[in-house]
Design a binder for this molecule. Structure first.
Ligand SMILES: Nc1ncnc2c1ncn2[C@@H]1O[C@H](COP(=O)(O)OP(=O)(O)OP(=O)(O)O)[C@@H](O)[C@H]1O
Length: 371
């Protein structure tokens, strides 16, 4: 049985779900139904039990059920080893995304300390060929799963950088002010760099140690070509100070961990991920997520909750069966979506099944055992 899983998941006035209540037992969860039925909405609700804007990066106001709802709520009971926590996230009048843990108000970042969630969604199919931002976000989610404090470091870094960017835009000359903000950015930036590097190293070891059906990806951190890559707090602080006039001309900070990029190579072929086939690129992402899950299972005793949206349909039958076997061997509570239950044929009773239907814009879920 999984060491980290949701037992009671409730969605209220969340997108197409007026009220959905799923009683879960730790097995993987297969959700099937036609396009637009409301499957991804369930995964998105779960993703909001971790810090950040969830798997669609939607604004909190988009999440309330149209047309009548003004707020929404997602709540769940989380089992983490012997501990049980009540998690709740809501949009309230005063707060677009309030979090409560065990009945007490908590910052979003506190979710990362008790609930690890990693996802793969169709919009990530172009991750290796699109802008660096998406890759950085992917890297930071992997990193966060290993280092729960990573969310705080990223937030603190970005806050100081926004203030510095404001100074730059205002052409401010107050060197003391710059130095104070740059010191904060350098301190948090060094934490970000080391947490990312540690996460990549851990994933590399997990990939090397495993016999998996998915291709190994060699990962490396890179920076923007023109910016060099200062590492550590001292080098970062020096680089920020040195770059002030260039940054002032650009009106923003041009170097630092917010510009880092993630490069991946399909190891067996020695081909950069961006030049691989669509299927190969997807397989690399699945491989990384499984390596992440194996590493966490080893390090903290439980794999993360996995949200795998429309992953099954893109795999051939052998790879699909291998994915399910790996998920079950890990004991991960993976939420999987697909348009038909036949996509989950080789999972059978190893998973809980839910059929998702939609009538008049309203989604409904019914638990149905998988044959
Ligand atoms: N705020 C909202 N209020 C009401 N309905 C919404 C809201 N946001 C999205 N929807 C509806 O939810 C549906 C999409 O649900 P979802 O993305 O979960 O579908 P899906 O079952 O994953 O479909 P697919 O198989 O196409 O990926 C759409 O019909 C959309 O109109």
């Amino acid at each position: 049985m999984a060491g980290l899983y949701l037992t009671d998941l409730t969605l209220s006035h969340f997108r197409s779900h007026r009220r959905a209540a799923l009683v879960l037992d730790g097995r993987p969860v297969a959700l099937w139904g036609p396009n637009g039925a409301g499957k991804t909405n369930v995964l998105e609700a779960v993703s909001l039990l971790s810090p950040g804007r969830g798997l669609r990066r939607a604004g909190a106001e988009e999440l309330a059920r149209r047309p009548e709802a003004i707020g929404w709520k997602v709540s769940a009971v989380l089992r983490a080893g012997a501990a049980i926590h009540e998690l709740e996230t809501t949009a309230e009048a005063a707060h677009p995304r309030a979090v409560r843990i065990d009945g007490k108000a908590a910052p979003q970042a506190a979710l990362a300390r008790i609930c690890r969630i990693v996802w793969l969604v169709p919009s990530m199919d172009r991750l290796w060929i699109e802008a660096a931002e998406g890759r950085r976000r992917f890297l930071d989610r992997l990193t966060l799963s290993f280092s729960p404090h990573h969310a705080e470091a990223v937030l603190a870094y970005e806050k100081a950088m926004r203030e510095r960017n404001r100074l730059l835009k205002d052409m401010a000359r107050d060197t003391g002010w710059y130095a104070a903000l740059e010191a904060q950015m350098a301190e948090q930036g060094a934490l970000i760099q080391s947490a990312r590097a540690a996460a990549l190293a851990r994933i590399a070891t997990a990939q090397a140690a495993s016999d998996t059906a998915f291709p190994v990806a060699d990962l490396a951190l890179t920076g923007p070509e023109d910016a060099g890559d200062p590492q550590g707090a001292e080098a970062l602080a020096e680089a920020f100070a040195r770059g002030r006039s260039r940054d002032m001309a650009a009106g923003r900070t041009l170097i630092g961990p917010h510009r880092a990029d993630l490069a991946a190579t399909y190891a067996a072929k020695d081909v950069p991920a961006a030049q691989c086939s669509t299927g190969e690129q997807k397989a690399l992402l699945i491989s990384l997520i499984l390596a992440n899950a194996r590493a966490l299972a080893e390090d903290v005793g439980a794999p993360p909750i996995l949200l795998l949206d429309e992953v099954a349909a893109h795999l051939d039958a052998a790879r699909r069966a291998a994915l399910y076997d790996e998920i079950c061997a890990l004991g991960a509570q993976a939420f999987l979506t697909g348009t038909g239950f036949e996509l989950f044929d080789t999972l059978g009773p190893r998973a809980q099944g839910f059929e998702v239907t939609e009538t008049g814009g309203l989604s409904a879920l019914s638990e149905r055992p998988l044959p």
